[in-house]
Design a binder for this molecule. Structure first.
Ligand code: G6P
Length: 368
């Protein structure tokens, strides 16, 4: 592909900054305001068939698997459909009993990941309808699936996925809205969700303003050897993705956990040299995450907190506070991922790492 840096130091940085645009492209033509729902051209299922879906399996690898985890929360909350999330590499060799009305989504930026392709083939062989959420047009998975949705994010060159991730989440949100509107979700609820989705590009643009601040924070923690990333509910997958980004490009050991689970092991790692990144915006689990944050602070661990409003409680406890704009909780992973992408980018640079081509990693893994 003929893609240039257009003045950016790295493709990863360029792709981080493209997100207001790539999300706009994911949304384009897919919001149906009159009916307070979303619309997709290529699912290749009748409304009747869609209405009778009883289970959804979301599968993928790496960052795409993290999108699947967010998808699980989205489909359960907005559409009330039971969801299973499977690593493609596990799904292909397992023999899960699946109901007749199960639909499989393979989530993949490249459309070429060998395990995801094999998992979809196996499910297709069993007679399930397979759908791809994919970025690369005409890729192997796009061709083999029974239908699907393109991200239209443009080529992603940096090995660490950024804009593809936020586009996957945007598409999954619209899908959950769509399935929800076929079931119990009201017209008003659909309208509210559409209004939130439409705000996204502008919100992401605003979020990018945290870059300078994040750069300063990166300088203070670039020498750490361990990092924890903690969040709950929708931001549990955000924590996993934040940790993966740091591992991939800065080679710092990082773990993401649902914040409360930290008491069952990871808290043993906490000391004055192990920073914890807490994703603690407003929402139903705010108080719970705050108390997890207190536990870490009480053990002398440095805390970097991501908040979405002036928050004196967090400010008193945390060593660093990063502010992101407010949005409803089901879209928070998209917004909260931006400072996490920037944090790993800046730390990797300070450590002299090759951010676009990290060691031992490939953009798409076409072998088992
Ligand atoms: C590789 C890449 C990751 C990516 C994963 C899945 O490991 O380095 O960034 O998340 O593959 O790729 P896919 O193209 O299927 O989303």
């Amino acid at each position: 592909v003929d893609v240039t840096l257009e003045g950016y130091a790295h493709y990863m940085l360029k792709e981080i900054y493209e997100q207001p645009h790539s999300i706009t492209n994911a949304l384009r033509g897919r919001l149906d305001k009159d009916n307070a729902t979303a619309k997709f051209g290529g699912l290749n299922l009748t409304t009747q068939q869609l209405r009778s879906v009883e289970r959804i399996v979301l599968t993928g690898c790496g960052t795409s698997w993290h999108s699947a985890l967010v998808g699980e929360y989205l489909f359960e909350e907005l559409a009330r459909i039971p969801v299973e999330v499977e690593y493609a590499s596990e799904l292909r060799y397992r023999n899960p009993p699946t109901d007749r009305d199960t639909v499989i989504f393979g989530i993949t930026q490249s459309g070429e990941t060998a395990d995801t392709l094999a998992a979809l083939r196996e499910m297709k062989r069993k007679g399930h309808h397979t759908l791809a959420i994919c970025n690369v047009i005409g890729s192997s998975i796009a061709q083999e699936a029974d239908g699907g949705i393109y991200l239209h994010a443009g080529p992603e060159i940096g090995v660490a996925s950024t804009k593809a991730f936020t586009s996957q989440l945007t598409v999954l949100s619209m899908l959950a809205l769509y399935f929800g509107r076929l079931r119990h979700l009201s017209y008003e609820a659909g309208q509210r969700i559409i209004a939130q989705l439409e705000m996204l590009p502008e919100v992401i643009q605003k979020t990018l303003e945290c870059h300078e601040h994040v750069k300063h924070i990166a300088a203070r923690y670039a020498d750490a050897t361990n990092f924890l990333y903690l969040g709950r509910k929708y931001n549990f997958p955000t924590a996993l993705e934040g940790a993966l980004k740091l591992k991939e490009i800065s080679y710092i050991h990082a773990e993401g956990y649902p914040a409360a689970e930290m008491k069952h092991g990871p808290i043993a790692l906490v000391d004055e040299h192990t920073p914890s990144v807490f994703i603690v915006p407003n929402g139903t689990v705010y108080d719970k995450v705050l108390s997890n944050l207190q536990e870490v602070k009480a053990r002398g661990g440095p805390v970097i907190a991501i908040v979405d409003h002036e928050d004196p409680q967090v400010a008193n406890l945390a060593d660093e506070v990063i502010m992101i704009p407010q949005i409803e909780d089901f879209l928070q992973p998209i917004v909260a991922s931006i400072p996490l992408q920037l944090l790993s980018y800046e730390i990797a640079l300070l450590r002299g790492c090759d951010v676009d081509m990290p060691r031992n990693l490939a953009k798409s893994v076409t072998v088992e």
